[in-house]
Design a protein around this ligand. Structure first.
Ligand code: PLP
Ligand code: COI
Length: 355
């Protein structure tokens, strides 16, 4: 039996909204469960979290989140297996990354117990909301932001840590076509690219809108200095398969250290697939696309899972990727989701049961 000393007060909703949800036709992250977890940082310390009905929160107009963007988040999922057991995937890695992001954005670190116990108790309480249709799951959004007030451009004295849950279907619908970016940058050396800071995403919206107008779904970011090396996509790390070698960029202070990315690298090693973690130039991708050795490009992330890229644009030329059987993307997707949904053994110890 699990023992915990942390007592999280719970105020249950008076009226569940679950009957209003069409669980067979879920979008990504647009309906929310009955409850949320809220934890306040006040007077120099994180207070005991509380679970309450999902509701609007009230903030002063001078709260620093609105002015200086001190805000970070995480993305995770809960899965339900055929026996109705509930599973998380590598949750401690999300916790650790949350605090890495917090440090970079001068937000006070959260204690592990508040994150893990809060998460488990909230997911357990709203476990009826975990969808079981193929490809769907309960998306978990932990986030933290500066609720303290004042126009002085310095860290706030109060913060909120909140977890909300959203039963979700797939992130992308249809084929993913990407534009390799030549002008704008997502992140810079010494910047906040490795943190899951809200502003990293806001900064991508405009260049992504330009790409969408040209018929692409996503931008693939290149390094801010030369725009010559592939970095990552808006919400995914990127892998290329050239011949039978799997290549991905090394993480750096510009790239998010994705949990799906590192899981794929471990599975690849287990499968005996040759991997190279190294700088990957656009020139190499384009010449591999031209000579036919570029067999696959795919993105990897919690929300997107593993999303094959059907084609990419670069310098006004479009390149299509071949449809292949025995794709690495399909293999990795199967191995990861089999572990996540408890359909296979978990030799890496990644699955985490919420009892
Ligand atoms: N890169 C960015 C910018 C992301 O937002 C995400 C999503 O979380 C990823 C990569 C993939 O990370 P993970 O696999 O941990 O979800
Ligand atoms: C995730 O994959 O969980 C993310 O955080 C990406 C998000 C921008 C949808």
């Amino acid at each position: 039996m699990e023992t915990t000393t942390l007592k999280i007060p719970v105020e249950r909703t008076k009226q569940s909204k679950i009957d209003q949800v069409d669980f067979d036709n879920l979008n990504f992250g647009s309906v929310f469960t009955d409850h949320m977890l809220v934890c306040n940082f006040r007077n120099g310390a994180w207070e005991i979290p509380e679970i309450m009905p999902y509701q609007a929160i009230s903030l002063e107009p001078s709260a620093k989140i609105f002015h200086y963007g001190q805000s970070i988040f995480e993305g995770m999922k809960a899965y339900k297996d055929v026996d109705e057991k509930i599973w998380l995937f590598r949750p401690l890695d999300n916790f650790k990354r949350l605090n890495i992001s917090a440090d970079r954005m001068a937000i006070p670190e959260l204690p592990e117990e508040y994150f893990m116990e809060g998460l488990k108790q909230l997911v357990r309480l709203d476990s009826e909301w975990i969808p079981q249709a193929a490809g769907s799951s309960l998306y978990i959004r932990p986030f933290m932001f500066a609720s303290g007030k004042g126009f002085h451009a310095s860290p706030a004295d109060e913060y909120k840590f909140i977890i909300c849950l959203a039963p979700s279907g797939s992130y992308f619908s249809g084929k993913v076509k990407v534009l390799i970016e030549e002008t704008y940058s997502r992140a810079a050396n010494g910047g906040v690219g490795y943190a899951k800071a809200g502003g990293n995403y806001a900064g991508q919206f405009y260049p992504t809108q330009l790409a969408v107008k040209k018929g692409y779904n996503q931008v693939i970011w290149t390094d801010d200095n030369s725009h010559e090396y592939i970095e990552e996509a808006g919400a995914m790390n990127i892998f290329a398969r050239i011949g039978d070698t799997l290549i991905t960029a090394p993480t750096s202070d510009r790239i998010l250290d994705g949990i799906t990315r590192k899981s794929i690298l471990e599975i690849a090693e287990d499968e005996g697939i040759r991997t190279e973690v190294r700088k990957l130039s656009v020139t190499e991708i384009v010449s591999a696309a031209k000579d036919g050795s570029l067999k696959e490009l795919f993105g990897a992330g919690t929300a997107a899972v593993i999303s094959p890229i059907a084609g990419f644009g670069y310098k006004k030329v479009d390149y299509e990727l071949p449809e292949i059987t025995d794709s690495f993307a399909a293999l990795f997707k199967k191995r990861i989701t089999d572990i996540q949904y408890n359909r296979s053994a978990d030799k890496f110890g990644w699955r985490y049961e919420v009892k």
